[in-house]
Design a protein around this ligand. Structure first.
Ligand SMILES: [Fe+2]
Ligand SMILES: [Fe+2]
Length: 383
């Protein structure tokens, strides 16, 4: 992942960057399925230098200091502030979703696939598996955020950023905790991490530049998560999950804002070649996150052969339109960082290819009301 600045003038193709020519190549996407290690531990080399700073002046970076102070007041308790006694009827929820065709495949040509013979029972099972898979990816992503923010505490050279990142570590611990509790107590346990999400998290942790942790995690992964939580929060009729997501979103907006506020300063001092490396990293991250949306682990669990799943996915245009919306936070934030148009506008072209450029003028996350709030979700009466 890390590329020496003197190589930056070379034009790197999609093949160099993502290992294939087409950004959407389902055969390549399905060739990677997530697997949990037998001993239950996944180890990654962390190549960044740990930085002490002797400049202890609090508030030297006022925007970060303000965010830190807000964060102290916005804490909540995952064990006691959510209505865990809520009875969650997963099958009923999946049946309602089935009746509204939330899988988005009813108009697809199912002929010749194993899905052709599916009745209501299989579709409802598919819906339940998808829900469990999605929330599992949220949980694994939260653990990635927990690890990455702890890494930022170590590697960022500014005291205000170390203070804020330490607050975020506590937020992320709470997020892992509540998703894990929900999966264990209300659903049937968790799915393994999606292979593409795993690859992206490993790349972020592996990188030797401290700002890449910010770009990969705070801007790209958390930006997508913020949009995904927002849509799931809107769609779900399950009151416990709705509240859980609303509380998590209140924290996530602050996290993305932290990324933007930190990187704006740092990117202002980078050369065009160094910025190009960041643009390429953002593109790779976007493709990896798009790849994970094929949810190949669910198809495998449901016994659907790869070719059948691909036949369905290539037809599901509503689903694709919806997936593009997940980039609605990332694109304006990359624009705010100057990454869209740096150099010859390379990233603008890439986001255009991914169908996501239309979001460029949507509100960036530093202006999000959750990022600006300085009280807890309870005090704000969020449900
Ligand atoms: Fe989080
Ligand atoms: Fe976060």
């Amino acid at each position: 992942m890390t590329i020496a600045p003197d190589q930056n003038e070379e034009m790197r193709s999609n093949l160099d960057l993502i290992g294939r020519t087409d950004t959407v190549d389902y055969e390549a996407i399905f060739s990677l399925v997530g697997v949990e290690e037998a001993d239950g531990i996944h180890e990654v080399d962390n190549n960044c230098k740990t930085a002490f700073t002797w400049d202890y002046q609090k508030g030297a970076r006022p925007a970060l200091d303000k965010l830190y102070e807000k964060s102290k007041k916005a804490q909540w308790n995952g064990q006691t502030d959510l209505p865990w006694a809520t009875d969650v009827d997963v099958e009923k929820l999946a049946t309602d979703a089935y009746n509204e065709d939330q899988a988005g495949f009813f108009n697809a040509d199912l002929s010749g696939t194993v899905v052709e013979k599916w009745g209501q029972k299989e579709w409802i099972q598919f819906g339940m598996e998808n829900q469990r898979w999605s929330l599992s990816q949220f949980m694994h992503g939260e653990q990635g955020a927990l690890i990455c923010t702890a890494k930022i505490v170590e590697t960022v050279p500014w005291i205000d950023a170390k203070y804020y990142a330490a607050q975020q570590v506590a937020d992320e611990a709470r997020h892992v905790e509540v998703f894990s509790k929900y999966l264990n107590e209300k659903l049937d346990g968790h799915y393994q991490m999606n292979g593409h999400l795993g690859l992206l998290l490993d790349d972020i942790i592996n990188d030797s530049n401290w700002d890449m942790t910010y770009l990969g995690m705070q801007v790209m992964v958390e930006g997508l998560a913020l949009a995904a939580f927002g849509f799931t929060h809107q769609m779900t009729k399950e009151p416990l999950l709705k509240q859980l997501l609303r509380y998590v979103m209140a924290d996530e907006a602050r996290h993305v804002a932290f990324g933007i506020l930190s990187l704006q300063e740092y990117y202002a001092g980078l050369s065009a070649a160094e910025l190009r490396t960041r643009q390429e990293f953002a593109f790779e991250a976007a493709v990896r996150m798009n790849d994970r949306l094929a949810s190949q682990e669910v198809w495998e669990r449901m016994g659907v052969p790869q070719k059948d799943a691909i036949k369905l996915l290539t037809q599901a245009t509503d689903r694709k339109d919806f997936q593009v919306l997940l980039f609605s936070k990332i694109v304006p934030n990359c624009k705010k960082l100057g990454l869209l148009d740096a150099g010859d506008g390379w990233l603008r072209k890439k986001f255009t290819d991914l169908g996501a450029i239309a979001f460029e003028d949507w509100q960036d996350t530093t202006l999000d009301e959750d990022a600006l709030a300085d009280s807890s979700p309870m005090e704000r009466g969020l449900i």
